[in-house]
Write a protein that binds this ligand. Structure first.
Ligand SMILES: Nc1nc2c(ncn2[C@@H]2O[C@H](COP(=O)(O)OP(=O)(O)OP(=O)(O)O)[C@@H](O)[C@H]2O)c(=O)[nH]1
Ligand SMILES: [Mg+2]
Length: 299
């Protein structure tokens, strides 16, 4: 007979927080695999991304969400809605806060949202590699008075510090239940989606401040003639204005080549196959304010 303490546990854990706190970095760290794109700029994640962590006694299904913040733009309102919807479905909420560079306005918005609901929430204070101990202790104190968290765990998602402690804290409060995904599942996202996301990440990384938010990526072709042939991927980077197209392409096409080379490298690692990547840039005027275009791009 198995006792209840050794029963298998499983459930959905929504990773929520302000933009740029390290939610996607943590998910990739937990999976030891990159499925969610990250960048130094806020509002990198735009869709809900699912990642499955398999442990001896549990299966933890994480849902990475876009950063929750107050915003007026149509794209950002949809992004925040996607995050709030993921909260509703989860067995457990993992809130991430940036201990190094807090964002009180977005934090308050999230806390206000959580207060009305009777939910189990664990707080991870991230980026502790950037702060000293006294500052950390005073933050833990402040957070514990702000909301009744199940646990508060300081971590560094980038370094992997205390991530195992966080996993154990979450495992303890998951409901008993059988695995919900097959044991080799890492994510439910199709390869095509991951490919488009990787290209979008490189646009975030290699262009200046304005361009990323004006960008959406679609994959137009994705195939291999046979198992050993390289995977051929064609993708289009959609921007809102001619001037932005010029920036993404760069002098003599240099910027686009840089984006393409970095994306190809990641894609080959992810698929363990040779990849031929063709990128195009197209102007779709004001797509981020156009409901039909937003749907077409998956938002
Ligand atoms: N120093 C430090 N930086 C980190 C840590 N975790 C994440 N970062 C950095 O923080 C930035 C944002 O990380 P993301 O994982 O993209 O953040 P996010 O919360 O998913 O952001 P959005 O998707 O935009 O809401 C990136 O530059 C990361 O490298 C950490 O533990 N320490
Ligand atoms: Mg993210």
């Amino acid at each position: 007979m198995t006792s209840t303490t050794s029963a298998f546990r499983s459930g959905f854990i929504a990773i929520v927080g302000a933009p740029n706190v390290g939610k996607s970095t943590l998910l990739n760290r937990l999976l030891a695999e990159k499925i969610s794109i990250t960048s130094r700029k806020p509002q990198t994640t735009r869709n809900r991304i699912l990642g499955v962590v398999h442990r001896e006694r549990s299966q933890m299904i994480f849902v990475d969400t876009p950063g929750i913040h107050r915003s007026g733009s149509q794209l950002n309102v949809r992004i925040v809605d996607a995050a709030l919807a993921a909260i509703g479905d989860a067995d457990l909420l993992l809130m991430i806060a940036d201990a190094w560079s807090p964002d009180p306005d977005s934090e308050n918005l999230l806390i206000e949202n959580l207060r009305g609901q009777n939910r189990t929430v664990i707080l991870a204070l991230n980026k502790i590699d950037r702060i000293d101990k006294p500052s950390l202790l005073s933050q833990i104190d402040r957070w514990s008075r702000r909301f009744s968290f199940e646990a508060i765990v300081p971590i560094s998602a980038r370094m992997g510090t205390q991530v195992d402690v966080l996993l154990s804290a979450m495992e303890k409060v998951l409901p008993p239940g059988p695995p919900l995904f097959p044991e080799d599942a890492v994510t439910d996202a199709p390869m095509r989606f991951l490919a488009a996301e990787i290209v979008r990440e490189k646009v975030f990384r290699y262009t200046g401040d304005e361009i990323p938010y004006a960008t959406a990526v679609t994959v137009d072709e994705f195939n291999a003639v046979n198992d050993r042939a390289p995977v051929r991927i064609s993708a289009t980077i959609h921007v809102e204005r001619d001037s932005q197209k010029g920036i993404v392409i760069g002098k003599k096409g240099g910027k686009l080549r840089q984006i393409g080379a970095a994306a190809r490298e990641d894609l080959e690692k992810m698929m363990e196959k040779q990849v031929v990547l063709n990128l195009f840039v197209r102007v779709q005027k004001n797509w981020s304010r156009d409901g039909r275009a937003l749907r077409k791009f998956g938002y």
